[in-house]
Design a protein around this ligand. Structure first.
Ligand SMILES: Nc1ncnc2c1ncn2[C@@H]1O[C@H](COP(=O)(O)OP(=O)(O)OP(=O)(O)O)[C@@H](O)[C@H]1O
Ligand SMILES: [Mg+2]
Length: 424
């Protein structure tokens, strides 16, 4: 089990945490126009109130734990003078609500990522919510680790995360080329497990995109899901206030502004399907999942025709197996979408066809060193058993997490300022 250590925000001194209940157990096709993959469209379109409004929690089990974490964080949210305790090395990223800086703790010498949420656009409740959800999910080895540090300044609410030294997934996807299949699969596997973990905790991320997948190496041996600022309980009623980006599922893209919708895991599954496409091709499959989008329209026609229907142009590079997986991830009807974890069983077959080949690549070999699907399944099952329960066996959980990390290691933006062109 991940050990959570709390630090005193003013001294940087480690605080022993013995009370387990306080410890979080955490880019059209041939009409030749182009889609621009830009970093961070969602944030530009998203209205501040989307993050600030929070819906009622549907049940009283996991939410109880989160309430407790929020309460604990609220009670300890001291005002801190940043420069006194932290040396800012550089800015790691910027979002609608604030920024993320790489800092070094002056006393402990620890490098960490501080996420600053501007008080003008984020209220305390939203901050505590993002913080506690991140903390709650961070025992998962494929979710960014939290350092148990949260404080405030006059301008910002701040929390600390482990520093992902290789940046985010968006930065390493070569536009119009994509990542090598082996790398894309390695990354996809870890994101699938992270999604399965948080879905099993009844949470929906709601902002799955390459910018929110953080990297510890550029070969994607170790990647972690981050940014739980939009996360919500499955089943929670929310209003459609987010902007539409390629990752936005059709039921959300096509909902009327301010129409009420129910948060569902299938939203993440759709976004994950689009993320996989982007990772493998360096392109977006469409600009938006709207009937007015020609790429989406063509995809939809293919989806709805019984196979074998002609495959849309930008999808012809994929093997039958990969197409089958995409069909299930990107089903226009949310209930027909598969689970993110279903991708795990498809990792053994080749996803992309050799260039110039129209052949079925069904017999292509699996990624060397990739754990067989049964092992992935076992890993998922083990992680699901992780709880915050004080009754949990710490030693056993620690061993489980170590095994999980070994499994990964042995396995083999959208921003207007810096456009990256991505064609489909
Ligand atoms: N722990 C980290 N280590 C390294 N880089 C990070 C870390 N956390 C965030 N970043 C960088 O900062 C960017 C913004 O972070 P994050 O997604 O948490 O902020 P945000 O404001 O919530 O984003 P959004 O625009 O999606 O709302 C990330 O896309 C990533 O490039
Ligand atoms: Mg983000």
């Amino acid at each position: 089990m991940t050990k959570y250590v709390l630090y005193e925000t003013d001294t940087g001194k480690q605080v022993k945490q013995t009370n387990k209940s306080c410890r979080p157990a955490s880019a059209i096709h041939n009409h030749l126009s182009r889609l621009i993959l830009r970093r961070d469209t969602a944030s530009l379109l998203r209205q501040p109130s989307a993050k600030m409004s929070s819906s009622p929690m549907p049940s009283r089990t996991s939410p109880d734990v989160l309430e407790e974490l929020q309460l604990h964080a609220a009670q300890n949210l001291e005002k801190v003078e940043i420069s006194r305790y932290y040396e800012v090395i550089r800015e790691l990223g910027k979002g609608t609500y604030g920024k993320v800086d790489l800092v070094v703790h002056r006393i402990r010498g620890t490098k960490m990522a501080l996420k600053f949420l501007c008080k003008k656009t984020t209220n305390l409740r939203s901050f505590l919510r993002e913080y506690s959800i991140s903390l709650y999910l961070s025992p998962c080895p494929f979710i960014i680790d939290m350092l148990g540090i949260a404080f405030q300044t006059d301008e910002y609410y701040i929390f600390a995360q482990e520093y992902a030294l290789a940046g985010d997934l968006f930065d390493i996807i070569p536009p119009q080329v994509g990542l090598p299949e082996v790398v894309a699969k390695r990354c996809g596997r870890q994101v699938a497990v992270a999604l399965d973990y948080l879905h099993c905790k009844k949470l929906v991320h709601r902002d799955i995109k390459p910018e929110n997948v953080l990297l510890f190496d550029r070969e994607c041996h170790r990647v972690k899901l981050s940014d739980f600022g939009m996360a919500q309980w499955a089943g929670a009623p929310v209003r459609r206030v987010s902007g539409t980006i390629p990752y936005t599922a059709p039921e959300l893209s096509q909902a009327a502004p301010w129409q009420g919708i129910c948060v569902d895991y299938s939203l993440d599954v759709w976004a994950f399907g689009v993320l996989l496409f982007c990772t493998l091709t360096g392109n977006f499959p469409w600009e938006a999942a709207l009937p007015s989008d020609p790429f989406y329209q063509e995809f939809l026609r293919w989806q709805r025709r019984p196979s074998p229907a002609p495959v849309p142009t930008q999808w012809r590079r994929f093997s039958d197996e990969a197409l089958h997986t995409f069909r299930r991830l990107l089903s226009p009807e949310p209930p027909c979408r598969c689970a993110a974890r279903d991708v795990l069983s498809q990792l053994g077959c080749r996803w992309t066809l050799p260039e110039g080949s129209g052949e079925d690549a069904r017999d292509a070999r699996a990624e060397p060193g990739s754990p067989p699907p049964e092992e992935e399944q076992q890993l998922v099952d083990r992680m699901k058993q992780q709880t915050l329960s004080p009754a949990a066996d710490e030693e056993e959980e620690e061993e489980e997490e170590n095994q999980a990390v070994v499994a990964v290691e042995t396995g083999s933006r959208v921003l207007l300022a810096a456009p990256i062109e991505i064609c489909v």
